[in-house]
Design a protein around this ligand. Structure first.
Ligand code: SAM
Ligand code: SF4
Length: 339
């Protein structure tokens, strides 16, 4: 898929929705609430962790609520909480309750599921609608190796708790790393075969941070594995999302494929990413916007924020340049960006 072209004659609008020079209207924000994590997934973080940001540099819940309120006014309808691991941020349900009160179309969270068993009920009661759970393997050894110590049974129990709390539909996100979890494609699909009505397994292409070229496993290779055991029927993309979905005729399961490298989806990008320290990433591959936290703490009004957000979105690039051939490393690290 090619990158979008500038729309001739389009100028930075002072009112109306959040649009960029390529005519893309933004309706979705991913909010990272912390850069910390209780896992150390091999594809995301080094074993020793990172130089985590001091607590006072992170946005408070009040600051996140203020930014999301202005974004909502600008047409953002869907919010996803992420991290790091969002459940390591204390009192997350209080933030959920604040955001739920804004009347968004969707309020979801992406989690590694380790702490979900104990928290699913409280989050659902606060107004969270649904969860995506990252799960790269069913085999306990493979899972522990990829997450550097995670317990797959706890995550599976967390998924059950989320289902019981009504945090559905649930998406299970598996990052596929060649030579590591290629043999987990079928186990992952089979583990959720009895929940075809509310659980979608999605296979995500590993994105290159650093020199990771040899570990890339294209979505097409995963589809081929499934095609040897099931009949696959295309069902098209979900609303506004990057996944391309297929149905397994034999089980009725919906399976998603997210292919940022081999099937570029920048053309339809409608998303923004708010990092835990208040930087707004307008593209996954870019790390150059000013801090909204500094604006807020400097006394900016909602109108100042409105204008700053419009300018930042107007500065958005056409898309990332990474593809399976180039493997240009993205700037920054995933645990800060939040996926
Ligand atoms: N800790 C939470 C989790 O793991 O679900 C939320 C944050 S995590 C950074 C968000 C998503 O990014 C996860 O589904 C994770 O698997 C994915 N991710 C992290 N590093 C990645 C990479 N290099 N390529 C593709 N996906 C990645
Ligand atoms: Fe933590 Fe999620 Fe990164 Fe894994 S992918 S290290 S769970 S932030």
């Amino acid at each position: 898929m090619s990158l979008p072209a500038r729309v001739p004659g389009l100028t930075l609008p002072a009112t109306g929705p959040l649009v960029d020079p390529f005519g893309r209207v933004h309706t979705y924000v991913r909010v990272s609430v912390t850069d910390r994590c209780n896992y150390r997934c091999t594809y995301c973080m080094p074993a020793e962790g990172l130089d985590f940001k001091p607590r006072e540099t992170l946005l408070s819940f009040e600051e996140i609520e203020r930014i999301v309120t202005v974004l909502h006014r600008l047409g953002i309808r869907r919010v996803r909480l992420t991290g790091g691991e969002p459940l390591v941020r204390r009192g997350l349900h209080h933030l959920v309750a604040r955001l739920a009160a804004l009347g968004l179309d969707d309020l979801a969270m992406t989690t590694n599921g380790e702490l979900l068993g104990r928290r699913a009920d409280e989050l659902a009661r606060a107004g969270l609608r649904r969860v995506n759970v990252s799960l790269d393997a069913i085999d306990p050894g493979v899972f522990a190796a990829m997450s550097r110590g995670g317990d797959v049974q706890r995550v599976l129990a967390g998924i059950d708790a989320a289902r019981a709390a009504g945090l559905t539909p649930i998406k299970i996100n598996a990052v596929m790393v060649a030579g590591t979890n290629d043999d987990q494609v079928l186990p992952l699909v089979r583990a959720f075969a009895d929940h075809a009505d509310d659980t979608v397994v999605r296979f995500i292409e590993y994105m290159p941070f650093g020199d990771a070229r040899r570990q890339h496993l294209p979505a097409a290779a995963v589809r081929d594995v499934l095609a040897r055991h099931y009949t696959l029927e295309p069902v098209g993309p979900g609303p506004g999302g990057p996944a391309v979905d297929w149905r397994l005729v034999e089980t009725g399961q919906r399976i998603g494929f997210i292919s940022p490298l081999t099937e570029h989806f920048c053309q339809a990008c409608n998303r923004l990413r708010l990092e835990a320290d208040g930087h707004l990433r307008t593209c996954l591959s870019r790390d150059d916007t000013p801090s909204l936290r500094d604006l807020l703490r400097g006394g900016a009004s909602d109108d100042d924020l409105d204008a700053a957000l419009r300018r930042m979105v107007w500065g958005k690039v056409a898309g990332h340049e990474a593809d399976a051939a180039v493997f240009r490393a993205f700037e920054g690290v995933m645990t800060r960006i939040g996926g």
